[in-house]
Design a protein around this ligand. Structure first.
Ligand SMILES: Nc1ncnc2c1ncn2[C@@H]1O[C@H](COP(=O)(O)OP(=O)(O)OP(=O)(O)O)[C@@H](O)[C@H]1O
Ligand SMILES: [Mg+2]
Length: 238
């Protein structure tokens, strides 16, 4: 299984939207896709049509066997697991869940995508050599400084997973964003060579409790997610 951990370098950068849209595009290529919500906001299911009244998830169960009842399948065949509404949002609990997901009985070609909360340090996750970590950023000065700080911590720690930064919500009309993206492309080794544009389609499809591929397949947003999926396939070790 190829594990992908998606996380914002800070909150609100579009992590959950990226996980849901990426899952759908990957699923279109006929591989098994399992999306796991590790964030206590438990909002990933909303993108897959889960009614907001459904509040339970893996965090409400003591054992992995009990948590299995909370796996859902959406109309596209994506398997997803909501976080639930337990108040135990500790890294220990999350680590336990990430490790338990290894027990999932899917083919070698399956993709497991984790929606990771922004506030938990990636270095605390049980990451392994073949894992891919996508850290989302916006093209702004705050993320600029956060990226350099993150690079420093990565350099000082013993990491061997594949770590990339990906720009989300890129505004092509902004000179500052253009300049920052060009600077990052030429100076940062871990920057994905493309961006996800800012596109209302992402918000609109969420309003339909769905994703861009189903609501607007010819949109800029969906094109961008297809680029992301293709690029990830090229990085995967399946
Ligand atoms: N590329 C994009 N273009 C336009 N809107 C976007 C884009 N990506 C995300 N959004 C919007 O940004 C808002 C936040 O997105 P989302 O909930 O996915 O972020 P998040 O990083 O998961 O937030 P949190 O840290 O709170 O979990 C949503 O309204 C979403 O529709
Ligand atoms: Mg989120």
């Amino acid at each position: 299984m190829q594990r992908v951990f998606v996380k914002g370098i800070k909150g609100g950068l579009g992590t959950t939207s990226v996980v849901a849209n990426l899952a759908c595009v990957l699923k279109k290529s006929d591989v098994d896709v399992i999306a796991i919500d590790l964030d206590a906001k438990s909002d990933l299911g909303l993108h897959f049509g889960l009614p907001w009244k459904y509040t339970k998830g893996w965090s409400n169960e003591a054992s992995f066997e009990d948590a299995l009842v909370h796996f859902h399948q959406d109309d596209d065949g994506i398997i997803f697991l909501p976080f639930g509404d337990s108040t135990d949002t500790s890294i220990d609990n999350i680590t336990k869940m990430v490790n338990r997901c290894k027990k999932l009985n899917y083919s070698q070609e399956a993709w497991v995508i984790f929606d990771c909360p922004a506030h938990i340090n990636l270095l605390h996750y049980p990451l392994e050599k073949n894992d891919i970590v996508i850290e989302l950023v916006n093209c702004d000065a705050i993320c600029h400084s956060l990226i350099y700080r993150r690079l420093q911590t990565l350099k000082n720690s013993d990491t061997d997973w594949k770590h990339y930064f990906l720009v989300n919500r890129y505004n092509s009309a902004s000179t500052l964003e253009f300049d920052l993206f060009s600077l990052w492309q030429s100076t940062l080794p871990l920057m994905a060579p493309f961006f996800i544009n800012s596109d209302e389609v992402i918000k609109e499809s969420t309003a339909y409790r769905n994703v861009a591929l189903n609501c607007a397949p010819y949109s800029v947003a969906n094109d961008d997610f297809e680029t992301l999926a293709g690029w990830l396939v090229s990085k995967a070790t399946l």
